[in-house]
Design a protein around this ligand. Structure first.
Ligand SMILES: Cc1ncc(COP(=O)(O)O)c(C=O)c1O
Length: 309
């Protein structure tokens, strides 16, 4: 009997909208605002550090959780930007971009039949990972004009099957940001439940108008149940390098690492050394990111880390 192609596990997945729009933009010679192609140069220092790391021989498998110097630099950044004490050994895992971190976190904690609340419009990699885990995405729309969250609608979407809630601030595609009131509403909603959180913060440093990024790392009550995910691709204009990370409490990180270990095991070693050097030696890069390109006269007071709340 001829081999039957198995039915698809992801019936709703086709070519991503990003690929469709990039193809159309290329065809028509149009400006491509669909896919994240920053047209800022990668900092020269970062390119030099990558070159140096490769020449220094950092070309073999990195430790599974990430090279210690980078995990330490990430923990230092969490303290500097958000006042969070993060254990680089037990709580930081370096991943192949935020996409891998999101996939790992979902697969580490979500079981078949459970539900995951996502706020629409949501980044496209969330739902396929939820589907592959055998769970169901429960969609709650954001306000169509302001992209604000209606926390009462989120509350109404929660059931005994809810395992996870996914948030994304600053938000792709709208740029909307959570306020301190949002964080308090979220904490109130999750208090006393077993619901976990994925906080997708890949745009944490691309913040304008002196706004303060409300990282979950600033909110201990949320942090204790969260995977906080970020990506160097956004912060350093190198989306093709695909290096990100997740910060989560030790017990959650341990589960996360079980998936990471058999998903990719470890990620591109030379770039990890390069990012470690950048974070350590040029912290002002991310602090000034929003201000740097659009508000050349702005000072560090407009930084994405410490901006006025
Ligand atoms: C909201 C959001 N999350 C995650 C990602 C994926 O990041 P990475 O390229 O590091 O996997 C992106 C990329 O555009 C994004 O916009």
């Amino acid at each position: 009997m001829p081999l039957q192609t198995p039915s698809t596990k992801l019936p709703r997945v086709g070519t991503t909208i990003f690929t469709v729009m990039s193809q159309l933009a290329a065809e028509h010679g149009a400006v491509n605002l669909g896919q994240g192609f920053p047209d800022f140069a990668v900092p020269q220092r970062l390119v030099d550090e990558l070159d140096a790391a490769m020449r220094a021989g950092h070309n073999q498998y990195a430790p599974m959780t990430g090279v210690p110097v980078l995990r330490q630099a990430i923990a230092g950044k969490a303290l500097r930007c958000y006042g969070a004490q993060v254990d680089p050994d037990a709580e930081v895992t370096v991943t192949s971009g935020a996409t891998e971190a999101i996939f790992n976190a979902i697969h580490a904690v979500v079981r078949p039949g459970e539900e995951v609340v996502v706020l629409d419009p949501a980044y496209d990699c969330y739902e396929p990972a939820i589907d592959l885990a055998g769970a169901r995405a429960v969609h709650v729309p954001l306000d169509p004009l302001t992209f604000a969250v209606d926390w009462e609608r989120v509350r109404a979407a929660i059931t005994p099957k809810t395992r996870l809630l996914m948030i994304n601030s600053p938000h792709n595609p709208s740029g909307a940001m959570f306020s301190a009131d949002d964080m308090q509403a979220l904490a109130g909603l999750l208090r006393g439940t077993g619901i976990l959180l994925i906080s997708d913060e890949v745009y944490e440093h691309i913040v304008f108008d002196g706004r303060r990024h409300e990282s979950v790392l600033r909110w201990p009550e949320l942090r204790e149940r969260a995977f906080v995910v970020s990506s160097f691709g956004k912060t350093y204009h190198c989306t093709g390098w695909k290096i990100g990370y997740a910060i989560a409490p030790p017990a959650l990180s341990a589960e996360f690492r079980k998936v990471h270990q058999y998903n990719v095991f470890c990620t591109f070693a030379p770039a990890q050394h390069a990012f470690a050097a950048m974070i350590r030696d040029e912290p002002e890069h991310d602090e000034q990111l929003g201000a740097f390109y659009y508000r050349p006269s702005a000072t560090a007071s407009a930084s994405s880390c410490w901006a006025r709340g």
